[in-house]
Design a binder for this molecule. Structure first.
Ligand code: TMP
Length: 218
């Protein structure tokens, strides 16, 4: 069995940059590494992602949003995460179940029990061994995320960037509450630090935790 690491944080926290740095570091150490993300990570889940993040879909109900995240996750776990872990890889996933609790429960106010049940069914028994939470002031993160969207030539994935700062504050406190309930799984990194310092803290946290037996790159 491999080792499952997830990255979480509010919009513009820098997690996608940092997860790529970590993937490069692990690959340079000849450790078999699968880098993936949610929502998405495989063709069917990527199509669900496009629906979820399209700003034109402002009429989407909170429950339908939740179920689309769960559907994307069920497909992604089955097609990508579970096989890669079974093959002895380190799997790095940009967002996972904690995002659903932070965004759909703390952010949208949906019933936590419903979310936990859907997550349980979508994950078929798989849960992260380690979660890196990059804690960031939503005002700072949102400004960064909106700048990135303006510069991007791809699809405008901005449905969540258009939410209020108060929504993103609830998401942030949701993440911090989750981290408090599972301190052994979460490592909280201060997103206000420099990119280099954040990368080195993440590298140290990961290298001190990954178990023996991760397979080498073939
Ligand atoms: P990304 O910007 O990190 O790619 O994530 C896409 C958006 O989807 C982001 O705004 C957070 C949101 N999201 C949820 O609301 N629930 C979830 O379960 C996941 C995985 C992401």
């Amino acid at each position: 069995m491999g080792y499952f690491i997830t990255f979480e944080g509010v919009e513009g926290s820098g997690k996608s940059t940092q997860i790529r740095f970590l993937a490069d570091e692990l690959i340079s150490r000849n450790l078999a590494t699968t880098l993936t993300r949610e929502p998405g990570g495989c063709p069917i889940a990527d199509q669900i992602r496009a629906i979820l993040l399209d700003a034109d879909n402002s009429a989407m109900s909170a429950m339908s949003e939740l179920m689309l995240y769960a559907a994307a996750r069920a497909q992604h776990v089955n097609e990508v995460v579970a096989p890669a872990l079974a093959d002895g890889n380190i799997v790095l996933c940009d967002r996972f179940c904690d995002a659903t609790v932070a965004y759909q429960s703390y952010g949208r106010g949906l019933d936590r029990a419903v979310i936990d049940t859907l997550n349980k069914h979508a994950c078929s028994g798989i849960s992260p061994d380690l979660t890196i939470l990059i804690d960031c002031d939503p005002q700072v993160g949102l400004a960064r995320a909106r700048r990135r969207i303006e510069l991007s030539s791809g699809p405008r994935e901005e449905r969540f960037e258009l939410e209020t700062v108060a929504f993103h504050q609830r998401v942030r406190s949701g993440y911090n509450n989750l981290a408090k309930t599972e301190p052994q799984r979460f490592v909280i990194i201060d997103g206000a630090d420099t990119i280099e310092n954040i990368a080195s803290k993440i590298r140290d946290a990961v290298l001190s935790r990954i178990p023996e037996g991760i397979r080498a790159i073939r």
